[in-house]
Structure formats: structure tokens, C-alpha cells
Design a protein around this ligand. Structure first.
Ligand code: UD1
Length: 416
């Protein structure tokens, strides 16, 4: 088992060009099942979540290529309507395939999916939405079986703006007869990106990014070539790293408007930010002031996927700050690891109180989930001395060789 060995104390300097967002690419891969024709997706990072999704596509009978950041997918003949359970358990996004397989074959089966262990993550919102479209859903022995022989467009009101459920319903409704309206839809930029991809395939979807998405079902979709939006969470992770360690970095090929809630907080914590068209430069040469309060919310609120990384910045900032995690109930497991490094954090339910210390100390810690793992890398880059991080495979799910990314910005990270 490999580990990361990180020497702390680096000041960051350099530029990083973003690749496509993992959370945009995964549903787009799933949506390629909606057509028999070839789809091409560009600027894709080589990360394990995407490799696992491609394995699933292979198992379904799609022809898959992935070279130099370009994915080719052709699902002319789908061999099976069920996602193999061993593969589904590796990846929560396998649930996205329910919608597209149903639209293509009229029936689908997916085992309850895996993904980061950051909370209960039920599928009730997905299932309720599918049922409102006239799809019958049965659950047995950890597998969800669906039959879409009576599918018809409908008005759906989500109980919560779930990202995955919104995407699943958009995909299945794109080939359903009639008009579907999804109200209280998730507004994340990845939703608008999925809309743009399906429309590039000949779909008729509008309203993504707002409260209500309208999908006019079409008879057939065709192949498309598409470059998904850049990864706002990787951008945020690197900006937080520079705010924590100090220095000056530029993130290029990015869409600053997608991470405004983070930029707003960083601006208040004594970083100097320059965001213009597709570049953000951050300069930080003094200890940051603590962020008073941060609450995670659905987009356009502060993203839960940047909460752990921000907790590291707050751990070494001047003063005390509070984090309220509203999306995933067990996303504070990193606290135990940060305390081994000398952080001063108190947790009660979904609230963490962080009293900033001058610096952290190197220690032996373990990554428990994707974003928490990335946060530990930032903590180790700031800390005094050496840190080892076990289970870096969690980080590899969403960051393409994090050691190369961070070393390119002046850090000292080795995989051993
Ligand atoms: C997606 C992102 C993930 C991000 C999250 C929230 C992908 C591949 N992953 O995950 O990185 O952290 O959005 O921005 O895009 N819920 C239910 N019932 C459901 C569905 C969700 O109760 O049927 C709950 C979840 O347990 C969670 C909350 O709703 O507490 C948000 O989940 P959701 O928006 O669906 O997140 P994901 O699509 O899983």
C-alpha cells in the first residue's frame, strides 16, 4: 500500500491549468448511453472515479477508449441492463446509470452504490422522482430494479435539491414522451453542463442552473463531442492550499464565478485575489485572519466539497471560526487526524469550532475520504516537519496525481 510522505513548510508559487470537473464528466459519461452513436469527451483527468465509471461502461457493452485526456464512448449495443454490483459498490455515480439505461432499454438494475463514506447518502429522492415519471421501482437484496414501460413526462418537486437525483431525472426524461418539469432542482454548474451536453446530442432541456428545469422528451439523441466545465473543486483546493501555506499561485482555464462563495471568504481572510475571465491569482504573504462562520449549502452556497480543505486553513488562521456542515452528516472525520497534527477543534453534531494555532506539526495520519484526504495534504504542506498520509487511494479518486499537482506549485510531496 502506498503512502504520501510530505515535507512541510513550502511557500507555493506557480500556475496550474484545470482539467474537466469529475462531477461533470461522470454524469456525461452516463448520458452517452442515451445514444447508439459515438460521444467524445475532452480535457478529462485520469482519476480512479472516472476509470471505474469507464469499467462499468465496458461491462455494459459500450466501446470505450481513454487516451491523452480524451474519452471515446460508443454504446451501439448495450449487452446488459444491470450494473455489476462489484463495480457499482466502487462508485456512487453508478446510480446515474439508472436513468440512461432505463431510457435506452426500458428496464435497469443497479446495486446500492458506494462512494465516499461521508454520511448515509440514501436514494429516496431519486426513487420518488422516477416513480413520478411512471417508472416502477423495486428494491431487493441491495439492488434497485426499475421498469419504465409506462414512462411519461411529469411535474416533479424534489424534497431537496439533490445533485444526483436532478441529473438522473434529466437523463431519463430526455427520451420520455411528453414534458417533464423538475422543481426545486439542484443548481450546481455541473447540472447546466449536463443540460448543454444532452442538448448537443439533440435534446431539448432548458432552465438548468435555475429552480425549475424543463425537459421536452425527444424520440432519439445522436452522438456529440463535448468539453465539460473545469473542476471548481480542484481550483478551490489549490487556492486554499496557497492561502494556508502562503505564496502566489495562478489557476488558469477556470470559471471564477463557479467558486464565488470561496473567493468571498478568502477575500475576508487577508488574501489578495485577482479573478478575471478564466484566471484567478491568489497572493498571501501573512497569516490569514480566521473566517468567522462558514455554512455549507447547495449551490450557490458554500460547497461541502471544499469544507474540509477550508477547515485546514481555519486551523492555522488567527482567531476562532465556526463551520456548520449542512449537507453530509459525517464530514468531520478529518478532525481527529488534524488534532494529531496539533489543531484545536471542538465538534458538536454538525458544528465545528476551530481555534487557530500558529502552525501544525507533522504526524502520521490517514485519509478517510476524497476531500478530507486532499485537506490532509494541505495540512501536511503547511506543518512543521514530515507527515505521512495513509490510504491516498481516496485522494486519487478525484485528483490526478496530487503529488505532481502540488510539487508543480513548489510543495514537497512523495509517494512511497
Ligand atoms: C454530488 C457530488 C458530491 C457533492 C454533492 C453535494 C457527484 C458525483 N458528487 O453528490 O461531490 O458533495 O453532490 O454537492 O456529483 N440525499 C437524500 N436522498 C437522495 C439523494 C440525496 O437524502 O435520494 C441527501 C444526501 O444524503 C446528502 C444530500 O442529499 O445529504 C446531498 O446529496 P446529493 O446532492 O444527491 O449529492 P450527490 O449527488 O450524492
Amino acid at each position: 500500500m502506498s503512502k504520501l510522505l510530505i515535507k512541510g513548510g513550502s511557500v507555493l508559487k506557480g500556475e496550474y491549468r484545470l482539467k474537466a470537473a469529475k462531477n461533470a464528466v461522470l454524469p456525461i459519461i452516463a448520458a452517452s448511453v442515451l445514444t447508439k452513436e459515438k460521444c467524445v469527451i475532452s480535457n478529462v483527468p485520469d482519476i480512479t472515479d472516472i476509470r471505474n465509471m469507464l469499467k462499468i461502461m465496458n461491462a455494459l457493452g459500450s466501446e470505450v477508449t481513454f487516451e491523452d485526456g480524451v474519452i471515446g464512448l460508443e454504446s451501439s449495443d448495450l449487452l446488459r441492463f444491470s450494473v455489476p454490483s462489484d463495480l457499482a459498490k466502487e462508485l456512487r455515480s453508478s446510480v446515474f446509470l439508472l436513468g440512461p439505461i432505463l431510457a435506452r432499454l426500458g428496464k435497469a438494475a443497479v446495486a446500492y452504490p458506494g462512494g465516499c463514506d461521508i454520511g448515509v447518502r440514501p436514494l429516496d429522492i431519486h426513487i420518488k422522482g422516477l416513480q413520478e415519471l411512471g417508472i416502477s421501482v423495486e428494491e431487493s437484496h441491495g439492488t434497485i430494479y426499475c421498469d419504465a414501460s409506462r414512462i411519461k413526462g411529469a411535474d416533479i418537486m424534489l424534497d431537496f435539491p439533490s445533485v444526483g437525483a436532478t441529473e438522473n431525472l434529466m437523463m431519463v426524461a430526455s427520451l420520455a414522451k411528453g414534458r417533464t418539469r423538475i422543481r426545486n432542482a439542484a443548481k450546481e454548474p455541473e447540472i447546466a453542463d449536463l443540460q448543454n451536453f444532452i442538448n448537443a446530442m439533440g435534446g431539448k432541456i432548458s432552465g438548468a442552473g435555475g429552480d425549475t428545469i424543463t425537459i421536452e422528451g425527444v424520440k432519439k439523441l445522436h452522438g456529440a463531442c463535448y468539453t465539460p466545465i473545469p473542476d471548481r473543486i480542484v481550483a478551490g483546493t489549490l487556492l486554499i492550499a496557497a492561502a494556508t501555506c502562503g505564496g502566489e499561485i495562478t489557476i488558469s482555464h477556470c470559471q471564477p464565478e463557479h467558486i464565488e462563495p470561496l473567493l468571498f471568504k478568502l477575500n475576508k481572510s487577508s488574501c489578495i485575489l485577482d479573478a478575471r475571465s478564466d484566471k484567478i491569482t491568489l497572493r498571501c504573504f501573512e497569516r490569514a485572519r480566521n473566517i468567522d462562520k462558514l455554512e455549507t449549502q447547495p449551490y450557490p452556497g458554500f460547497p461541502t466539497d471544499l469544507q474540509s480543505q477550508t477547515m485546514v486553513l481555519m486551523s492555522v488562521s488567527e482567531g476562532t471560526g465556526v463551520i456548520v456542515e449542512n449537507i453530509f452528516e459525517t464530514r468531520f472525520r478529518i478532525v481527529r487526524e488534524l488534532m494529531k497534527m496539533g489543531a484545536f477543534i471542538t465538534v458538536k453534531d454538525r458544528t465545528a469550532i476551530i481555534r487557530g494555532v500558529k502552525n501544525l506539526e507533522g504526524a502520521s495520519v490517514s485519509a478517510g475520504d476524497l476531500r478530507g484526504g486532499a485537506a490532509l495534504v494541505i495540512a501536511a504542506m503547511k506543518a512543521e516537519g514530515y507527515t505521512t498520509i495513509e490510504n491516498p487511494f481516496h485522494i486519487d479518486r478525484g485528483y490526478e496525481k496530487i503529488e505532481n499537482i502540488m510539487n508543480g506549485l513548489g510543495a514537497d510531496v512523495k509517494r512511497i
